[in-house]
Every structure is written in C-alpha cells, then in structure tokens.
Design a protein around this ligand. Structure first.
Ligand code: EPU
Length: 310
C-alpha cells in the first residue's frame, strides 16, 4: 500500500491536508505541507513514528518555524509540528533550585516570562530568541557565549522507532549551535531545565544585558535570525558586511542593512529569492576570504542541492 494511503487509513482524522506552512514560520515564506499534524500528546507522536518505522514516508519535524526555510513548492509527506506539546511545570529541587519541565512546543518567550514571574534566573540569555523549546534544543540556540544546552537536566525524545527515551543532559553532546540529538529523525517531546531562585532586579539587569547584545539586529521585520553560523574565530556578519552583501536584494528578500547575517522578507519574498541571496552571500565571502559559510538556518526539502555541491 502507498504510504499516503497508510497515513490516511491510520491517522486520517488527525491530519490536515495541504496546510500552508509559511504562516508557521517567522520568515512567512514557503508552500504547503501535504500532510500536517500537531499532536497534543506524546502518545500520538510515538504511534506516528512507529507506523513510519514500518512504512517509510517523508517526515519533517517542525517547532517554532524560526530557523527554517520551506520551499515554495511545499513539502511532500508529513510535517509534524510539536507546538501542541505545550505544558509548563515548575518543580522545587531544594537549595534554591527549580526544575522547569517543558513540553517541546513551549515558546521560549513564554517560558522566560513565566520564569521571570517566579523570580527564577538562568535563562535570561535566551531573551529575544524566537521559536520553541524543541527547536532551540536541536539547534542549541543561544547568545554568542551561552547556549540552552547548559541548562538541560534531561531530554525526553520519541525515537525513530516510536520508543520514548530519556537522555541525561550531561550525556548529550552540546557545542556551538549543535546538539548531539540531531543526528537522527527523533522528536524531542519534553525536557527538564534547571533555574535558580533570584530577585527581580538581578533578573531585570540580566535581561537588559542580553537584550543589549542584540541591539544591532533587525527588529520587527520578518527574518529567521542569523542565516549563517559564525566560523571559528570569526563573525559571519562581519565577513558578509566586508564582502559587500548588505542591501543585496532578490525580489522582496533583502540582506539586512542593519546586520548582514540577517535576510529580511520585506513583502512577498519567495524561498527561491532567499536561496539566491544565500548562494550569492556565500560566494562573495568565499571569494573575499576563502571561508565557506555554513548555514544555521535549516533548508527543508530536497532541492537545495547547492549546499552539498559546494
Ligand atoms: N558585524 C559587522 N557587520 C554586520 C554585522 C556584524 O561588522 O553587518 C560585526 C559586529 O560589529 C561585531 C561582530 O560582527 O563586531 C559580531 O556581530 P554581533 O555582535 O551582532 O554578533 P553575531 O556574532 O553576529 C551572535 C549570534 C546571535 C546572537 C548574538 C548576540 C551567531 C551566528 N549569531 O551574533 O544569534 O543573538 O551573537 O548574542 O552565533 C542566531 O543565532 O540566529 C542569532 C541571532
């Protein structure tokens, strides 16, 4: 039986067809998902992956949509959105520590707001970062020096065979914009983060400090954060700026004049426009200094061959 018929038969009632994905992304770009599902329970997530382990079909995991580019043609197969896993619990751990037990779909801003209200400190460096916990963990999001993996006590995942596994934070490999869990098509479902009790004034000062680091970034425009990772010992933004990329335009996609590592959607940019800019930016930096920038944004779909060919 064809995989699409299997999906219809097994999960027809909970799947949407042709869901427009652009609306789910911060770039507001991209086509529709053939099948789309936003499970509210880990059980459903696990049974979908179990079915897939017997009958393979294209699967895309989607969190806050703040670090992805969806092709204009959309995505064949199933897009699994984790935003329905949105529970937030706080558990006292003694000695002034509190564990936040967070569903993968909780937005970072919601978690930060709740923690601040409870006068918990430790996560302020994540201020201003869009997206959900699951995506932030998979990309080990953070500021320049600090990253979310530092706070992780444990992560629960649904593995590609549908099994639920708990990974201890210390056993996971964390590096700059890298998480060891991203090596296979597993889905993060929940995690535990450790924060400590503090006071409003200290937390406010921390927020201001980290907000200040982001002052030079574009605000209130549709972007996907930094497009490229910083190469070792260098800053992608600086290299792109020096290579003359600021202000480059393709359709409604523009390399930010405020910070060269951001691409803005100034209207109705298409994914193809953004990719044209990404390619040209890489080319220019490579020509200028011999460094091939590695994207931080994830390009979903199969047609972005340029990344492998280089
Ligand atoms: N710079 C330029 N021209 C530009 C942009 C930057 O010369 O157009 C120079 C700056 O003057 C500075 C250096 O490049 O000397 C670094 O720039 P910035 O301070 O803006 O930091 P960044 O390395 O570009 C990193 C993270 C951001 C994070 C900020 C603040 C990466 C790729 N970016 O930016 O994370 O918000 O530090 O902590 O690691 C993201 O990952 O999506 C992201 C936005």
């Amino acid at each position: 039986m064809q995989w699409s018929s299997v999906l219809e038969r097994e999960f027809g009632a909970v799947f949407h067809r042709n869901e427009e994905l652009g609306a789910y992304t911060t770039w507001k770009v991209g086509g529709a998902a053939e099948f789309f599902c936003c499970p509210k329970e880990e059980k459903l997530l696990a049974s979908i992956l179990k079915v897939r382990s017997k009958q393979e079909f294209p699967l895309w995991i989607f969190g806050g949509g703040s670090n992805v580019l969806i092709p204009d043609e959309g995505l064949e197969g199933l897009v699994l959105c984790t935003r329905g896993l949105d529970s937030v619990l706080f558990e006292e751990k003694g000695n002034g520590y509190v564990e936040c037990v967070l569903g993968a779909g909780v937005s970072l801003s919601h978690w930060l707001g709740e923690s601040c209200r409870k006068e918990l400190s430790g996560s302020e460096f994540l201020t201003g970062i869009p997206g959900t916990i699951g995506g932030a963990l998979m990309g080990n999001a953070g500021s320049r020096e600090r990253y979310i993996g530092e706070l992780v006590q444990w992560v629960e995942t649904v593995e590609p065979d549908g099994e639920r596994v708990r990974h201890e934070g210390k056993e996971i490999v964390w590096a700059y914009r890298f998480c060891g869990l991203s090596d296979s098509l597993r889905v993060i479902s929940r995690c535990g983060m450790l924060l400590r009790k503090s006071d409003r004034e200290t937390i406010r000062r921390n927020f201001l400090h980290y907000a200040n680091l982001r002052r030079g970034q574009p605000h209130n425009v549709r972007t996907a954060g930094c497009v490229f990772k910083n190469p070792p010992g260098e800053f992608a933004g600086k290299l792109l700026d020096r290579a003359g990329c600021k202000g480059m335009r393709c359709g409604d996609a523009v390399v930010s004049v405020r910070h060269a590592n951001f691409i803005e959607n100034r209207g109705n940019a298409r994914a193809a426009d953004i990719v044209t800019l990404v390619e040209e930016c890489r080319r220019r930096v490579y020509r200028a200094c011999g460094i091939l920038l590695e994207p931080e944004v994830r390009f979903l779909g199969d047609e972005w061959g340029f990344l492998e060919k280089d």
